[in-house]
Every structure is written in C-alpha cells, then in structure tokens.
Design a protein. Sequence first.
Lengths: 90, 409
Amino acid sequence: MEAQRDAVAGSLESSDVLVTVSKDAGSGVKIDIDSVVKKQYGKRIQSVTEEVSSKLGLKGAKIKVQDRGALECTLRARLETAIERATASA
Amino acid sequence: MYGEPELREIADRSEWEARSRLLSSRGLSLPEDSRQLAGTSGILALGLFEGEKLIATGSLIDGILQGIAVDAEEEGSGAAAKILTGLIKRASARGQRHLFLYTKPAEAPRFASLGFVLLAETELGGELAGMNAALLEWGPDNIAAYREGLQKCAMGRPDGAGIIVMNCDPFTLGHRWLIQKAASESPWLYILVVEEEASVFPFAGRLAMVREGCAGLSNVTVIAGGPYAISRATFPDYFLKADALPGSGMTGRKPEAIALVHAALDLELFKRHIAPSLKARVRYAGEEPYSPTTAMYNGLMRDILEKPALSSPADACARNAAGCPDWNLRIRILPRFEIGDKPVSASAVRRALAEGASADALIPESTRRWLSSPEARPVLEKLRAGRISASADSAAERNDSSPRQSCSH
C-alpha cells in the first residue's frame, strides 16, 4: 500500500526506537537505520524493517529507524504502527 | 519516580513564566524575544511536567527547534529525548518534516546521537570564540539529496567554476552586470537564487526574472537555492549568551556579533556542501554597504573560504556526510554597478515601484517584462498600498517543501 502521509511512532528515549515513515517519490521503500548498537545489531534491524514493510506491502516510502537500544518486539510494534498510520486511507 | 512525567503544550501564563525561568537558569534567552513572530507559523512550546513542576522544555518556531532546556537536577533522565520526540511528532502532524536545530558546537554530538545530522559549525576564534554555533537537521529530505541535485547540475561542466548567491528582489541591471562580469572570467558560473529570505517578490518570480535575465549567457546556470541558505530573519540567537561576548567593546554591539556568527555559519555550509558539489572555486559578491563591519565580514569570508592548505578532492567530499571542511575558494568582490554615480540597488527599484514611479532605468528588459505580467500584479499592488515594506524587513516565510534543484539548462 502506498504511503499517504508521513507518520511517526515510538520515541527517542533509551530502550525505545523512533520510526518515521515518510512519503517518497519512488515506488520502492528506502530504509535508513541508525542505532546506538549499530555494529552489533544494524543488520538485524535492517532485516526486520525490510520484513515488516514487505509484509504490510508498503510502497513509495522512506523509513527512518532511530534505534536507542530497543528490543526486537518493540521495533516490530513501532514499525507496524508507523506504517499503518502512514498508509491509512482516511 | 512515581508516575510518568506529563508532556504537554505550555498553556497558561504561569507555565510560560516557568519556562522563562528554566531557560534563564540554563543560560538561554527566550527564542521568541529577538524575533518577529508575525507572519510565521507561531511558536509551539512543549513542557515536561512532574506534577506541577516544569522539568524540561523545547520549542518549534518556523521549522527550527530551539529553546531546549532541562532542569539541572533532571539531566540524564531522558527528559530531552521526551521533549524532542514530542516536538518531532507534532511537527510531523503539521506536515513539517524538515526541521533545523541550532546549538553550541559542544552540544552537537548529543543531538547527532539522537539522529540529527550535523550540517556545519563555525570555528571562530579570538573575540568571537564564545559564540560558535552548530547547525543540525532532521528529516527525510536532507543535505545529501540536495548535494546530489547540485552534483547533477555540475555534471559535464568544468571544474573551477564561480558561484554567486543572490536574492534579486527584483533582478536589476546591477545584478546583471555582476553576473556578466563574473561569467566573462569563469569557465562556468552558477547563480544560486536564495529561497529563504525576507523578500518582497515571491521566490518563483525572482527565479524567473534571474533566468530571463541570464538567457543570453552561455556559461551560466541558474539554480534554486534550496533550504540551506541561512536566513538572517530566522537565525536564532537565543543560545548565544550576552556574557560570552568578551570585552565591553563588543557588548554594546551584540547585533553585529550575532550577524557575524550567522554569516560564518552560512559560509561554512557553503564551503562544506555547496561549493564542492558544484566543483566551484570562486565565490563572487557585489560590494556590500555593511559599514563598520564590512572589513570584518570580508575578513571572515577570507578566513573561512580561503584556506592556504590543499583541500580534499570533490569526490572524496561527496562520500562524507559532513561535507568538505577544507574545500578552499577564492573570494572575488566586485564593485557595485552604478548609473550616474549611484549604485543600482534592488531597494531603489522597490521604492520607485512603491511610489508608482517607473524603475525602467534600473532594470533589464526581462525584468520589465516580468513586472508587466499577471504574476507581478499582486506584489506591485501590495507595494503601492504600503502593505509590504519596500525595505523588506518582514519575517521570512519558512519553506517546508523538500529541497528541489532545477537547473536552467
């Protein structure tokens, strides 16, 4: 589903993650990951982000993930919320 | 400790006063004090409250995050992160995705670790050392995309080009003279038309006038300036402490000192990102009637833009997010174009138009044509009615759309 608007979920607080989904000109999904534990978990965050956005059929969007040491379940929840808000039709 | 602190907008008078006291306790002045808020999107101020007590605050004015302060006792508790998150989310809900943040260079790493991208910082020494500033940005539309746009414009064009940054409010014979002179001595010349400035004529009109005015010049490219020319109108100075100004000599001239820091930051942005992307080595400017600070401003341009050491090649800089801190340029300041001993200035043209008089003697044919077009009518009416000042000191309109480049050819 196409991103209809920008959406933000989560927070910049320690152990959380701020996910920003924004409308983008192209048809694909561009992903930008920054994390306080980028060396150890950067790849994992990238693959989870790709997996969730693909599962929800996201198109035409940029996803920025600003990770502050969140658990994977937190990352998934934030991604789903932001993508759902960005693609909601009304 | 017991219960979560509450994040909400600063609402009543006692809360505004508490915010004022908190900012003051951290050595910051009120962001809105030294700026005109008329014509802006207003101020969004958030507070983090523990019960009745304000423990942190932050503001968003015209897409600029400022006035972020945490009570000394609460430092390290994540209060700043809560405030920033709140501001970012509210800005996003308003469709403001591109946010800027000015702070002292020492504070920049703190924000960089939260996802802000450092664009530039000043490295002023001597008297101004206590007033250094850093500029960071947030959002999907960023300096990397802007630089790519500039690099596309410069593709296939010669190295060692010249750049002129111009407002052109409107485009006069003086502007055209400067451009022709610069073009005649440069392998290529880029004109960056400033978008973010307190202007009487709308950006689209100014860009059109410049393009028309340059139509006959084969080595000139006109480019939209994008959101990275730092407008003096929107430059916040609340974090530049008055007592950081050394010596009684400077205290009484604080506005000039602030103007210099603003200019320095703008020049750093130019040096690190804009010039290397266009493979440009010369910056042209018309002589500015800056009075007492002209010498200091020109000196600043030479200190920041002209560096004796060799600088990194453009392609190495392209890979570095923070740009090229050591890209060196030459400054070439050309005298003002005069007609009959009087310099031709855009303000003289605006004054004439405001009085309903003809400005034809001061403008090229292309500008005269634009002024007779339907697009020009609303602006001319406002000028004549005195609803906008010909001296254009009105607050700038922040442009929130994504940075766009369109090369003229």
